[in-house]
Design a protein around this ligand. Structure first.
Ligand code: ATP
Ligand code: MG
Length: 286
């Protein structure tokens, strides 16, 4: 029988869409029926298991799945012997400490002797130990943010993305405990055949990720600016330069990093660039 790499992803929730999109953009053809628990990619040796995110680290540890996509927060909480293989740039959030808005929070020492409600007892334990603070931890699995309001705890440690849930529960964010994003985790050991499939998949994921962070840029410029512009947008090896029929002008094509894109555009205009076009890149293999 041909070897399949088993990938566990969240069945439904905030990780599911990004996980499926990533696999699809990597060229895997996957169907996801609503009640399906398992499916095989039609064109790649991969089987996808749909599970609750909290269960994924255990399944990966037990090698029921070979790899999994979870929030880094869940990986850190249920570490086991799994390895963090890759950060994926989606489902970004943070795990934060929050206290009632009226409290005069002065620093981590404020938590000394207090009760903290959280779904992340191990991460909170680590955070408190790092700051030499002793506090009670009250583990609850959901609706953590109502705990202070009903007298269950003095503070909470929970996932925050915009802070609107905290606000509507009368809480203020006081400490960021960790930043999180979706990550790929893998079993401590994989057979050479499975490792080979994983390497192939990671190569594709990297190409998709690089492409997302880059833009293809085309512009016209006076020939005397080519050198200066090349320094601003050097591209992968060098820009492509094509002479225009208009004397003394060229068309220059390159790749630019999404993050410092606007800054670069300003410089290019200073050097006389005109007709600047910026287009998305689908895949990028360097
Ligand atoms: P499950 O039913 O699978 O147990 P869940 O309710 O525990 O799901 P979700 O709320 O879907 O989990 O969140 C899954 C992960 O998505 C979290 O562990 C976290 O990493 C990330 N996440 C949570 N909230 C947000 C948010 N507001 N923005 C971005 N990412 C988030
Ligand atoms: Mg969960």
């Amino acid at each position: 029988m041909n070897t399949l790499l088993r990938i566990a992803i969240q069945k439904s929730g905030r990780l599911q869409e990004g996980s499926l999109e990533l696999l699809k953009e990597s060229g895997l053809s996957i169907s996801n029926g609503k009640d399906q628990l398992k499916t095989q990619a039609r064109n790649f040796p991969v089987e996808v298991l749909f599970l609750r995110d909290d269960d994924i680290p255990q399944y990966v540890e037990d090698q029921v799945a070979d790899i999994g996509i979870v929030g880094e927060n869940v990986f850190a909480e249920k570490k086991k012997d799994n390895r963090l293989i890759k950060r994926l740039d989606f489902s970004k959030c943070r795990l934060s400490m929050a206290v009632p808005r009226g409290e005069n929070y002065t620093g981590v020492q404020w938590l000394q002797g207090k009760n903290i409600a959280t779904s992340y007892p191990n991460i909170v334990k680590g955070f408190l130990a790092k700051h030499n603070v002793e506090a009670g931890i009250h583990e609850i699995s959901g609706s953590v943010e109502i705990a202070p309001g009903i007298g269950l705890a003095d503070a909470i440690c929970d996932i925050v993305s915009t802070g609107s849930t905290l606000l509507s529960n009368g809480l203020q964010e006081v400490e960021i405990v960790m930043q999180s994003e979706a990550v790929i985790i893998a079993s401590p050991t994989l057979s050479p055949e499975k490792q080979k499939i994983l390497d192939k998949l990671l190569f594709r994921i990297e190409a998709v990720k690089k492409a997302k962070n880059s833009k293809y840029i085309l512009l016209n410029c006076p020939n005397e600016s080519i050198e200066k512009i090349t320094q601003v947008i050097p591209g992968m090896k060098s820009p492509t330069i094509i002479p225009l029929t208009r004397a003394g002008w060229s068309s220059l094509h390159s790749v630019v990093d999404e993050n410092d894109f606007w800054e670069r555009i300003d410089q290019l205009r200073e050097f006389g660039a005109e007709g600047i076009l910026v287009v998305p890149i689908e895949k990028m293999i360097v």
